[in-house]
Design a binder for this molecule. Structure first.
Ligand SMILES: NC(=O)c1ccc[n+]([C@@H]2O[C@H](COP(=O)([O-])OP(=O)(O)OC[C@H]3O[C@@H](n4cnc5c(N)ncnc54)[C@H](OP(=O)(O)O)[C@@H]3O)[C@@H](O)[C@H]2O)c1
Length: 291
């Protein structure tokens, strides 16, 4: 049995689809029985648990050959990540009790940076889980291509994507979430001992200009990238409802200034199979209001 948390999300869903396609039994870890219905219909066992309570989460992760763990996404953490640290403690306590045979944990590019930024949440997760007496793989994934879902409407309606990644011709390590889930599922089926780190990015790095061009091809219209001035970010993020925009701004600075990157510039990172054009075309097709 293979346990998959966050199975209703993009990466967890891809993990489960890959495992099911390989003929493995999957336990879907969901936040409510209703969220598990679609996975039960695909033959999965369903366990209800979340990151607020270690007891049910330990039960959900017990007795499995391998487990996939994802820290629920955080874009607007409380100062000092005070809202994230309890979730990490719950995950650790649950894993210590459940002792799955192997563990694949979704992490991120930049998880090894000590500089303050949003990705510190996954550094804290890696640090907390590192001393568990289990074979653990931290899968450090690049910037998700699907983050561009925010840009579909402006690309389609105005022919513009508003880019925080800058300069516009600077390639950034990115990856499609289906590639992340596929590799995570493949890693879960391997044997290893101790703790290992696997990095993952697409075969080609992607600049905002290339992202705009991919939207142009998918939408059949000219699309250009325009930089959002650094001085406007704080006010814009607050307008969008964020309480604490600083960690997110620091993270984007890290990509733009190059101090968030894979350890050797990505030379030894695993490479994804899904090209940018395919990921963006899928985003455009699935966007509400698509033709
Ligand atoms: N965005 C990037 O560029 C990037 C890059 C590298 C790594 N990451 C990491 O990738 C992860 C996000 O993956 P994703 O895009 O697949 O996420 P997603 O599609 O946004 O899905 C989030 C999943 O987390 C579940 N969830 C939310 N709150 C939860 C809670 N309190 N307890 C248990 N489960 C909860 C959701 O369940 P419901 O359906 O019930 O809401 C859903 O299954 C984050 O850890 C992020 O740090 C992101």
């Amino acid at each position: 049995m293979f346990a998959v948390t966050a199975i209703t999300g993009k990466v967890g869903g891809a993990v489960a689809r890959t495992l099911l396609a390989a003929g493995h039994p999957v336990r879907a870890v969901v936040r409510s029985p209703e969220r598990g219905a679609a996975w039960a219909a695909r033959g999965c066992e369903v366990a209800v648990a979340d990151v607020s309570d270690a007891g049910p989460l330990a039960t959900a992760l017990a007795g499995v050959e391998a487990a996939f763990i994802l820290l629920p996404p955080v874009f607007d953490p409380a100062p000092d990540f005070a809202d994230v640290k309890p979730a990490i403690a719950v995950i650790k306590a649950a894993l210590a009790k459940a002792k799955p045979g192997r563990l694949v944990v979704l992490s991120t590019i930049g998880a090894d940076s000590a500089r303050p930024n949003l990705l510190n949440s996954l550094r804290f997760l890696e640090e907390a889980l590192s001393d568990l007496p289990l074979p653990i793989t931290f899968l450090r994934a690049a910037w998700f291509m699907e983050n561009a879902s925010w840009d579909v409407t402006s690309a389609r309606d105005q022919g513009v994507i508003h880019s925080y990644l800058q300069p516009l011709d600077r390639p950034v390590p990115m990856i499609a979430t289906d590639d992340v889930g596929r590799l995570a599922a493949e890693l879960m089926q391997q044997s290893w001992s101790g703790r290992r780190i696997v990095e993952l990015e697409a075969a080609e790095r992607v600049s905002p200009d290339q992202l705009a061009a991919a939207f142009g091809r998918a939408l059949g219209r000219r699309v250009v990238a325009q930089p959002v001035p650094r001085g406007d970010w704080q006010a814009l993020f607050r307008e969008q409802g964020m309480q604490n925009p600083t960690p997110r701004m620091q993270m984007i600075d890290g990509f733009n200034e190059g101090w968030i990157d894979f350890r050797d510039g990505g030379v030894h990172a695993c490479k994804g199979r899904i090209p940018l054009g395919e990921a963006i075309a899928a985003l455009v097709r699935s966007h509400p209001g698509a033709a």
